[in-house]
Design a protein around this ligand. Structure first.
Ligand SMILES: Cc1cc2nc3c(=O)[nH]c(=O)nc-3n(C[C@H](O)[C@H](O)[C@H](O)COP(=O)(O)OP(=O)(O)OC[C@H]3O[C@@H](n4cnc5c(N)ncnc54)[C@H](O)[C@@H]3O)c2cc1C
Length: 385
């Protein structure tokens, strides 16, 4: 059999898992190439810890260059377009031919969607997280608002985790009484995917910690001086630190005209929920770039654990197609962490693709959960997730 070419665009959770799984299941005559504009990637799941001084950037980063040790060609380049008919990918490092293509280019942020958000604080990428950390390290009193612009956004528990970590940090520093924290969401409550019991448990935890929760209140504007936030329900707050979770959009590469057939109603890549294949034969889309519909019509949460599991499914299935072995379905099981403080963590966990409705629950917050989160970070560093 002539050697096949597998190209993976994006070396985040999903792309790395797909490339590793495909490579491990294929003979050496087949070539697996991973393209990313960046050599170094960051574990954003640790940003809520980073902003309260409990993580250093180096501990939460990894280099895609080491994938060469596993027989994967890593190309650091910008992908500009995909020719589905000709089966080629144009990159700043040359044109790549493919037999199988995995699009794992993730979500991007539209900072202009909420006026003032670009100048406000955030923790949704490494640069904004570092800037917020500097600001929080200096604060002594005032009001902090954490506002979510829209759904879907990455890691549904992250805004609540960030608020609870701030609460913990200000208590440690003895300044909590002088600082007010509010968190605002467009949704009817915190992390609705986890079900009503979880929503009320998180509500109670926020309440106990003195964190104000605003629901059905997407952040719609941050004042030019960063001193006020406006919400979609008409509410507004005067603040000292405005933190936004930006509006998410599909990766720019996929917004191009040649991809129009790929995009579904919500603006994300449409895929077969079992195989994660797109409308184009031999082209798969995994992770934040896609919308995998759950039984309730909503998409599987945008989280690294799902991107990684989708990558494994697709890597395995591409190898199965080449090797003539049996394919697997995306299992749709996974979890997201919700730290109540750096030492106590709960998990939003379950069968997200269960029939009827997602079968998801929130575990009790525990030290064991916090250890699991630390283990996850170590595994991520070693490309085990
Ligand atoms: C604050 C925060 C907390 C989070 N907490 C958790 C958590 O606790 N648990 C969890 O599971 N998930 C968490 N997540 C979500 C998780 O980080 C994402 O869901 C995950 O990174 C998605 O993986 P991905 O592979 O789809 O995309 P990404 O990780 O975004 O990777 C996409 C890659 O594609 C590359 N790329 C894009 N376009 C191009 C192009 N044109 N050319 C070349 N390269 C390109 C990018 O450089 C990038 O490396 C969190 C996210 C944030 C922001």
């Amino acid at each position: 059999m002539a050697g096949k070419k597998v190209v993976v665009i994006g070396g985040g959770f999903g792309g790395a898992a797909a490339a590793i799984k495909a490579r491990a299941s294929l003979d050496a005559e087949h070539i697996v190439t991973l393209v990313d504009r960046n050599r170094k990637t960051f574990l954003c799941g640790m940003n809520p810890l980073l902003i309260v001084g409990q993580r250093e950037v180096e501990r939460s980063s990894r280099s895609l260059g080491v994938l060469a040790n596993r027989g994967i060609n890593f190309l650091q380049a910008e992908v500009s377009s995909i020719d589905y008919a000709g089966k080629t990918v144009d990159t700043s490092g040359g044109t790549l031919e493919y037999d199988y293509l995995v699009i794992a280019a993730g979500a991007e942020y539209d900072w202009d969607h909420v006026p003032g958000s670009a100048e406000a604080y955030s923790f949704y990428n490494i640069d904004t997280a570092r800037r917020l950390r500097r600001r929080l390290s200096r604060i002594k009193k005032g009001r902090i608002a954490i506002g979510v612009a829209s759904v879907p956004y990455k890691c549904p528990p992250a805004p609540y985790e960030a608020a609870m970590y701030m609460d913990w940090w200000f208590r440690e520093r003895g300044i909590r009484a002088d600082i007010e924290i509010e968190v605002a969401t467009p949704e009817p409550g915190p992390v609705p995917v986890a079900g009503p019991d979880a929503m009320s448990l998180i509500r109670r935890a926020l309440d106990r910690k003195g964190i104000e929760l605003k629901t059905e209140a997407p952040v719609t504007e941050v004042a030019a001086d960063g001193r006020a936030v406006q919400y979609g329900n008409g509410d507004s707050s005067d603040v000292d630190v405005a933190v936004t979770i930006p509006h998410h959009v599909v990766a720019g590469l996929v917004r191009g005209v040649s991809n129009t057939g790929l995009i579904g109603e919500g603006g994300w890549v449409k895929v077969d929920p079992k195989t994660l294949e797109t409308n184009e034969a031999g082209v798969y889309a995994i992770g934040d770039v896609n919308a995998v519909p759950m039984a309730n019509g909503r998409g599987v949460p945008k989280a690294g654990v799902f991107a990684s599991a989708e990558g494994e499914t697709v890597g395995q299935n591409i190898a199965a197609a080449i090797n003539g072995t049996e394919a697997m379905d995306f299992p749709g099981e996974g979890y997201c962490f919700l730290g109540f403080n750096p030492n106590v963590t709960a998990l939003v966990t379950g069968r997200f693709m269960a029939e009827g409705k997602p079968d998801v629950r929130l575990t009790s917050p525990s030290a064991r959960g916090a250890r699991k989160k630390e283990r996850f970070e170590r595994d991520w560093k070693r490309f085990r997730v």
